[in-house]
Design a protein around this ligand. Structure first.
Ligand code: BGC
Length: 429
């Protein structure tokens, strides 16, 4: 965690975030002082599968801790917040903010902070005794000019390959000995194809493509040059990025094109079902495997994207207190629950993430799965870099433009055009 700032803090929290929501049943009272604690409207995209289960677990703890506050979920499904961000941007601009909204820690919140949409919640860090509960570097990542604008609920890892053991073995591949770099991985995909696996890898919608691409960049460039892409020290137009984009383009030739507009769960499904070998996804995925009765280490394995060994591609979810929220006391109650030990244990043990709090006892940690304990270990010792696809590394305007460049690439297959569009996107604020 101490390396987080080196990786992500250097990215100058400049601008941008257009997070999200689709009101299903927003708060209806005027939010006067008396009603301020009566409810909390929570904007989130945790609407399906493990994400919904995680939210429900949080909701349960919230009801125990704050029985007088009604929780009104305002959600829009779509992994990574892909469908949810437009409405929130419009609501914030129209001065019709929700009581709280989900946002990634890091650069993604920068434009909302710059626009004055968010309250400084640093006093709550004192009130809830959070300053020592969270790793100092995570707090630094959330701090802008001495103020803190959100409270984290969890930490995820983005650079994970989820692999079907039986499919790998079909091609004579050892699931316990993944290749060391992208070229080796491509060679394995070729072997899978030769063994009759039509689509060795699956890739979903553009946010999942961006997640795959960032891991290829990490492998091919190394972590210093990857971080350099965010702070201007590495040239997006340079030869090493071009070579990485060619690897990315090659990997896509092994993927089923019909899945390129699907969300992460349908895109991962063929791997769970034994039709494809690999999918690159964040570690919100374990419940999807467990629900299919697949056991980690036996039926499926996980490993860092080849060439990402020793690198933890980091992201964290957090919640905010918007300026003008109708129920600020309800929001405070929510921020209290999501940051409490009970809330973080209940939520993260279901969702696949690891707690953002670093003060859990061994007994409390024993509630987590083997996969999660391995992620905690990696988080403690790996080099940490920030995810582009999940808002830690670049302002939202940049990631959105990168996603549309990748979408265009799916039909054009023009690596040179992709490279210049990514270079232009990276500068967006
Ligand atoms: C969020 C995760 C979520 C994932 C898929 C990420 O951006 O940080 O909490 O599970 O998207 O929706």
């Amino acid at each position: 965690m101490r390396k987080l700032i080196a990786a992500a803090g250097a990215l100058a929290l400049g601008l941008t975030m257009t997070a999200c929501s689709q009101a299903s049943d927003a708060g209806k009272d005027g939010g006067d002082a008396a009603g301020s604690a009566s409810q909390v409207g929570v904007v989130t995209w945790w609407e399906q599968g493990s994400e919904k289960e995680g939210f429900d677990a949080l909701k349960k703890v919230f009801a125990e801790q704050h029985p007088d506050v009604e929780l009104v979920k305002q959600s829009e499904s779509g992994g990574g917040g892909s469908n949810a961000k437009q409405k929130l941007a419009a609501d914030l601009a129209a001065k019709n903010p929700p009581d709280t909204y989900q946002a990634h820690a890091g650069a993604e919140l920068s434009s909302d902070i710059a626009a004055g949409y968010l309250e400084d919640v640093s006093a709550l860090y004192d009130e809830f005794k959070l300053r020592d509960a969270f790793p100092a570097d995570l707090i630094d990542l959330l701090t802008v000019d001495g103020k803190i604008y959100s409270i984290p609920s969890n930490i995820h890892r983005a650079n994970v390959v989820w692999a079907n053991v039986e499919v790998m073995q079909k091609a004579g591949l050892d699931p316990k000995a993944p290749p060391k770099d992208i070229k080796g991985w491509i060679a394995d995909m070729e072997k899978l194809k030769a063994a009759g696996v039509k689509y060795p890898i699956t890739v979903g919608a553009t946010w999942t493509q961006l997640e795959l691409l960032e891991t290829v960049l990490i492998s091919d460039l190394g972590t210093d040059a990857y971080n350099g892409l965010m702070n201007g020290k590495t040239d997006w137009k340079g030869a090493e990025v071009k070579a990485a984009l060619e690897d990315y383009a090659k990997i896509l030739t092994y993927a089923d094109p019909s899945l390129l507009s699907e969300d992460w769960e349908p895109a991962m499904k063929p791997v769970i079902e034994g039709k494809s070998a690999y999918n690159v996804m964040g570690d919100w995925a374990p419940p999807a495997w467990e629900n299919a009765k697949m056991t980690w280490g036996k039926d499926y394995v996980t490993f860092p994207v080849p060439g990402n060994e020793g690198v933890f591609d980091f992201l964290a979810d957090s919640f905010t207190l918007p300026v003008g929220a109708k129920h600020p006391d309800g929001t405070k109650a929510w921020l209290n629950t999501i940051s409490s030990k009970e809330g973080q244990i209940a939520f993260n043990s279901v969702k696949g993430s690891i707690p953002a709090r670093s003060d859990l006892t061994d007994d409390e940690l024993s509630k987590f799965s083997d996969y999660q304990r391995s992620a905690m270990e990696s988080f403690g010792k790996d080099t940490i870099v920030s995810s582009i696809a999940h808002g830690a590394a670049l302002p939202l305007a940049a990631t959105e433009k990168m996603k549309s460049a990748l979408g265009k690439f799916n039909s054009s297959k023009d690596v040179a055009a992709l490279q210049s569009e990514l270079a232009a996107a990276a500068a967006a604020k």
